[in-house]
Design a protein around this ligand. Structure first.
Ligand code: IMP
Length: 426
C-alpha cells in the first residue's frame, strides 16, 4: 500500500499506556504534589474542577480551595453572576474544618443540618463543621473523615497572597469586559473556554484580552504542537495551556465532527512545543478531559502536565452544581456538556453577548451517581497520585516530568491489567 502522507501519527490515550515502575528514593506519603494551575500560582493538590454549569460554582470552588485544590467558575451566566461567585469564594473562610476525634465515635447530627461545633473527647471544642449544603448527616461524617485525612497528610488550603482562597474563572476570549470584571472581583486566574482555540479570530481576540488583564490567562483548548507554538508566539505572557480536545466524558465532538486530540497525546504534543521554546515547566499545562482517577492524572503529569482538570470527577459530589435526582433507591446528579442542547439554550438566554458560532450540539446530558463530599474525591486523587508517582520513582511533579516514563500497552495487555476473571462484589 502506498503511504499517502495523510496519516500523520498516532494519538495515544490514557487507556493505551501504563506507567513504567521506576526506582523510588521516597515513600509515596512523602511525594510532594504542589503544582501550578496557572503561571505564578501554587496549589497543593494538582486538581482543578471544570468550568461547567453542572459542576463549578462558588460552593465547589470554596471546598476545593480549602482542601488544597482549586475550582474554575463556569461562565454560563451573566457577568454579574459570575463576578458574584468569584466574590463569594474570596470572602469564604480559609480553613477546612478541623479534627474529628469524636466524629468517628459518632457525632449525632439530627434534623436540619446547621453549623455544628465538634468537641474532642474532653468536651473541648476542636473545630466547627460548616456544612455547605443540607446533605444527610452521613455526608457530614464522611466529609469530616476525608478532610481530616487530608489535613493530617499536611495538605493546606490554596491561598492567595492576602490569605484568601484561590479561584479561577472561565471566559470567552471574545469577552474582554468579562475578563476585566472577573479580575476586579478577585479572580486569581482566567481560563478560556473554547472548544478549538487555534482559530484566527479566537487567537486575535485572546491577544487583546491578555493585554487588558494582569492575571494569568490559561489558553485553551488546544491539542497540537503547532497550536502551542503559534499561540505562545502571538499572545504575550501566556498563563498556561488547557489541553485536550474531545476526550471529555460528555463530549460528542469526536463523533459528530470526527476531530479529537486525546488528552494524553495533547499533553505530549504541547510539552514538546514548550521544550522547543525553552518554556517547559514554566508555562503550566492543564490536562483536560477524560481523567477518570489518579492513574490517568499521573499519566498526564508524567507526560508533562502540571494539573488535571475534571468535570466528571466532581459532577457527582454534594457541592457540584448538578441537581440531585432519585431513581428508585439510588441518588444521582445531573451532568451535561457545555455544548449540549440544554446548556446552549441557557447560555443564549443568560448572556446577551453570546452568539452561537456553530449550530451543532457537541455534548450530551445525563446523570452520574451521587458520590458524597468533594473531600472524598480530593483525598482519592491526592493519595492515589502519591501512590502512582511513587511507582514511577518520582518524589515530585517536576521529578515526574524529568524521570517518569510511560509505555504503550496492547489491547490484550489492557485486559490483563484491569481486574479480570472475577465476578466483582457489588
Ligand atoms: P470530563 O472530566 O471527562 O467529564 O471532561 C470535562 C471536559 O470536557 C471539560 O473540562 C471541557 O473541556 C470538555 N467539555 C465540556 N463540555 C463539553 C461539551 O459539551 N462538548 C465537548 N467537550 C466538553
Amino acid at each position: 500500500m502506498k503511504d499517502t502522507g495523510k496519516i500523520v501519527g498516532e494519538a495515544l490515550t490514557f487507556e493505551d499506556t501504563i506507567i513504567v515502575p521506576g526506582f523510588s528514593p521516597v515513600e509515596p506519603s512523602q511525594v510532594d504534589l504542589h503544582s501550578s494551575p496557572a503561571r505564578g500560582i501554587t496549589i497543593n493538590v494538582p486538581v482543578v474542577s471544570s468550568p461547567m454549569d453542572t459542576v463549578t460554582g462558588w460552593r465547589l470552588a470554596v471546598r476545593l480551595a480549602q482542601l488544597g485544590a482549586v475550582g474554575v467558575i463556569h461562565r454560563n451566566m451573566s457577568v454579574e453572576e459570575e463576578v458574584a461567585h468569584v466574590r463569594r469564594v474570596k470572602e469564604a473562610p480559609q480553613e477546612p474544618f478541623h479534627p474529628y476525634e469524636t466524629a468517628r465515635e459518632g457525632v449525632r447530627i439530627s434534623g436540619p443540618v446547621k453549623p455544628t461545633v465538634i468537641t474532642d473527647t474532653t468536651g473541648r471544642p476542636a473545630g466547627i463543621l460548616l456544612p455547605l449544603g443540607s446533605g444527610p448527616h452521613t455526608f457530614l461524617l464522611e466529609d469530616a473523615e476525608y478532610t481530616a485525612r487530608l489535613v493530617q497528610a499536611g495538605v493546606r488550603p490554596s491561598l492567595d497572597g492576602m490569605g484568601r482562597l484561590l479561584v479561577g474563572a472561565a471566559v470567552s476570549p471574545f469577552h474582554a469586559e468579562r475578563a476585566v470584571a472577573l479580575e476586579r472581583a478577585g479572580a486569581d486566574f482566567l481560563v478560556t473556554d473554547v472548544a478549538h482555540l487555534h482559530n484566527a479570530n479566537a487567537v486575535r481576540a485572546l491577544q487583546d484580552m491578555a493585554r487588558r488583564v494582569g492575571i494569568p490567562v490559561v489558553a485553551g483548548n488546544i491539542g497540537t504542537r503547532e497550536a502551542a507554538l503559534d499561540i505562545a508566539s502571538k499572545v504575550e505572557a501566556i498563563g498556561g495551556f488547557r489541553v485536550g480536545i474531545s476526550s471529555g466524558s460528555i463530549c460528542s465532538t469526536g463523533v459528530v465532527a470526527g476531530a479529537s486530540m486525546p488528552t494524553l497525546q495533547a499533553v505530549l504534543n504541547v510539552r514538546s512545543a514548550l521544550e522547543e521554546l525553552g518554556l517547559a515547566g514554566e508555562i503550566p499545562i492543564m490536562a483536560d478531559g477524560g481523567v477518570r482517577g489518579p492513574g490517568d492524572a499521573a499519566k498526564a503529569v508524567i507526560a508533562g502536565a502540571s494539573t488535571v482538570m475534571g468535570g466528571r470527577l466532581f459532577a457527582g459530589v454534594e457541592e457540584s452544581l448538578g441537581r440531585k435526582v432519585r431513581v428508585g433507591s439510588r441518588l444521582y446528579k445531573t451532568y451535561r456538556g457545555m455544548a449540549s442542547r440544554g446548556a446552549m439554550e441557557e447560555r443564549y438566554a443568560s448572556d446577551r453577548y453570546s452568539k452561537p458560532s456553530k449550530q451543532l450540539e457537541e455534548g450530551v446530558e445525563g446523570l452520574v451517581p451521587y458520590s458524597g463530599p468533594a473531600s472524598k474525591v480530593v483525598a482519592h486523587m491526592y493519595f492515589g497520585l502519591q501512590a502512582a508517582l511513587g511507582y514511577s520513582g518520582a518524589g515530585s511533579i517536576r521529578e515526574a516530568w524529568e524521570n517518569g516514563l510511560l509505555a504503550r500497552i496492547t489491547p490484550t495487555g489492557r485486559g490483563e491489567v484491569n481486574p479480570h476473571d472475577i465476578i466483582l462484589s457489588p
